[in-house]
Design a protein around this ligand. Sequence first.
Ligand code: ZN
Ligand code: MN
Length: 143
Amino acid sequence: MDNQLVTKAIDTLKEANIRITPQRHAVVEYLVTYHNHPTADDIYHALEERFPNMSVATVYNNLRLLTDLGLVNEMKYGDASSHFDFSTERHYHVICQKCGKIVDFHYPSLEDVEMAASRLTNFAINEHRLELYGDCPDCQQKG
Ligand code: ZN
Ligand code: MN
């Protein structure tokens, strides 16, 4: 686990006068440790043994809080449940169409897209999203 990232996130919560409950701490720890773009449900199932009294709603509220503070990005895909990404550094995702795994990749020159869009439409571009879909190495092996 990257303890420094956990500490930094917890400091941000403290600065915002947010109480650090053990559950909240565990959600942050989970996001930093696995960095696997979990849903609220994924985190709930990973932590339910440790926190039998915690509900999915609690996990979801914590994720919403972390999102509002800019520590986490919520990834919405249509009607499916949101995935949460701890990294707020700009990056892109490849998504496995068989198992749903989401993996990061960095490709800085794609920022040209924003300049091109701005030039062609006169919009002031604030952000863009890019997702690529395919089969992950594990699923390719399974055939
Ligand atoms: Zn896969
Ligand atoms: Mn990501």
